[in-house]
Ligand binder design. Structure first.
Ligand code: G16
Length: 545
């Protein structure tokens, strides 16, 4: 039985002292805060990733250094489990414990404790693949991560500067290589080829869609989108804006998916012609928000809920056309942020489940269906096909040409989707395929249902952990009295709904409100609704925190 390389861990850990004034937390998507404070966290994540790999018999574990939609000075890190999914939730507490050990001795003791409690066989190999986005603090943080990996004598692969979804794809492909579950070639080229080939097959025989304008949030998505251009050839044209990854401060600044979703408007850098469709990625290209200009040039947003409605309906139609609707059931997963109209529209057609914010929760719930479609309203999502659904689709004997075509299309839909995690570019190809098959423009897609007007704001509070929720974050249980007040305020508005929850990626709480619009009498109802909640909330906070 091997032992822990205590001296190596301790010596290297001393190079990355933990800031005494910060309590780190493995949140919605890993650790996330000011990049300049994260060196100790990255070192310790390196050690943790090696331990996780050993625990899983040497399967490769992913580490992504990114803060996604957050401002450029922030950075973060998340771990990716062997099938490309987010780190198992029971290990999040281990990550938090290791990150908060006050010094090297305490860190070594915490590692030793983890080895014992998680029954880690240290003689197993440790294999890790890591990548980073374009943030300026990335190189220094990757160096700290490598220190942790080397202390553990882990074997590692540097995937360079790439998107979060590519990193997830690599983890899955490495771990399934040469098996019956093989997910593709374990290279970036393999990823580009797999997705673009499936997309081109889905477009074959359809009129070529109009060029798509992609706002890359001045982030790493620009690099990947640029690479896709040559793989797509004449089949599909993408034009990139906000693709500047070098200008300091440009990342996610007045552009990108989060900007569009929260502000419900175009980035100032974009002008759309009437009828034109476009989309925005976030800083690590795992989220996408679509939008278009109507014939009067007016902006309309097509968010994650609208993507769910479009994609889920299409898959249901294909499954039915393939003659598999008795065997394959499609379900939808949403969060509290899902627009009330989308929930109503989808619930009338499919099983819909609501879970807490965070891809890890949605992904897990989606695995319970034969086909689970999940997109958070903010545009983060994908579609999961169960192994049984895969098997049925690949082995079903079609009895008509229609069934045969539907099966081929389903196979290509499976391949164009990155099933490991939300992937903005894969999602764009999926959306464009559906639009091409249905001959929809943005207008037809948008008209599936009408969004309830809504608002989302961030509120800075003294301690966001004082806010505890239940019922998939739709109700507050603490601070006491706050939920009753929200209920009372929301009750004044027709169709009013509001909730407050602590963010897991930023040091804020988020306040959401929606209501039926009755502009004639009350101005902007959701804003009024939100303001009621918000102003009471602030006055309450001044008293209590
Ligand atoms: C991450 C998560 C998403 C979540 C978002 C906001 O996205 O992966 O599931 O919706 O944070 O979370 P919160 O409201 O807790 O801050 P990303 O794109 O920032 O990695």
């Amino acid at each position: 039985m091997s032992t822990l390389p205590i001296e190596a861990i301790k010596n290297r850990s001393d190079r990355h002292p933990k800031p005494s004034d910060i309590k780190f937390q493995y949140g919605t998507a890993g650790f996330r805060t000011l990049g300049s404070t994260l060196s100790s966290v990255l070192f310790r994540v390196g050690v943790l990733a090696a331990l996780r790999s050993k625990r899983l018999d040497g399967k490769i574990i992913g580490v992504m250094v990114t803060a996604s939609h957050n401002p450029e000075p922030d950075n973060g890190v998340k771990l990716v489990d062997p099938r490309g999914e987010m780190l198992e939730s029971s290990w999040e507490a281990h990550a938090t414990a290791l990150a908060n050990a006050p010094n090297s001795d305490a860190f070594v003791a915490a590692v030793d404790e983890l080895v014992k409690t998680a029954k880690i066989d240290l003689s197993k190999p440790a294999r890790v693949v890591y990548a980073r986005d374009t943030r300026p603090t990335g190189p220094e943080l990757v160096a700290a991560l490598k220190d942790g990996l080397e202390a553990m004598k882990a074997e590692y692969r540097d995937a360079g500067v790439t998107t979060t979804p590519v990193l997830h794809y690599l983890v899955r492909t490495v771990n399934t290589k040469g098996t019956k579950d093989s997910y593709g070639e374990d290279t970036e080229e393999g990823y580009l080829t797999k997705l673009s080939d499936a997309f081109k097959k889905l477009l074959a025989g359809k009129p070529t869609p109009p060029p798509l304008l992609i706002d890359c949030a001045n982030g790493v998505g620009a690099l990947m989108a640029e690479k896709f251009k040559s793989y797509l050839g004449d089949a599909f044209t993408i034009n990139l804006v906000n693709a500047d990854i070098h200008t300091p401060g440009a990342l996610n600044s007045a552009c990108g998916a989060d900007f569009v979703k929260v502000n419900q408007k175009l980035p100032p850098s974009i002008t759309l012609q009437p009828g034109q469709r476009a989309c925005s990625l976030d800083g690590d290209a795992d989220r996408i928000i679509y939008y278009y200009a109507d014939e009067r040039g007016q902006f309309h947003m097509l968010d994650g809920d609208k993507i769910t409605a479009l994609v889920a309906s299409f898959i249901v139609e294909l499954v039915k056309a393939a003659g598999l609707d008795e065997q394959i059931k499609v379900g939808v997963i949403q969060t509290a942020y899902a627009n009330g109209s989308s929930t109503k529209y989808l619930s009338a057609r499919l099983p819909v489940k609501c879970v807490p914010t965070g891809v890890k929760h949605l992904h897990h719930a989606a695995e319970q269906y034969d086909v689970g479609v999940y997109f958070e309203a903010n545009g983060h999502g994908t579609v999961l096909f169960s192994p049984a659904a895969h098997e049925l689709i690949s082995s079903h004997n079609p009895s008509t040409p229609t069934q045969s075509t539907a099966l081929v299309n389903l196979g290509n839909v499976i391949d164009v989707i990155n099933q490991t995690v939300g992937d903005a570019l894969s999602d764009a190809f999926l959306v464009e395929s559906v639009l091409a098959h249905k001959s929809y423009s943005g207008v037809e897609w948008d008209s599936l249902y009408s969004d309830l007007p809504n608002r989302l704001v961030k509120v800075v509070v003294g301690d966001r952990n004082a806010f505890e929720t239940e019922d998939a974050e739709r109700r507050l249980v603490s601070p006491p009295g706050l939920q009753a007040k929200i209920n009372e305020l929301v009750g004044r508005y027709e169709g009013g709904r509001s909730f407050v929850r602590p963010s897991g990626t930023e040091d804020v709480v988020r306040v959401y409100a929606e209501a039926v619009a009755r502009p004639q009498a009350d101005g902007d109802i959701p804003s009024s609704c939100l303001l009621s909640v918000h102003s009471w909330f602030l006055s309450r906070l001044e008293l209590a925190f």
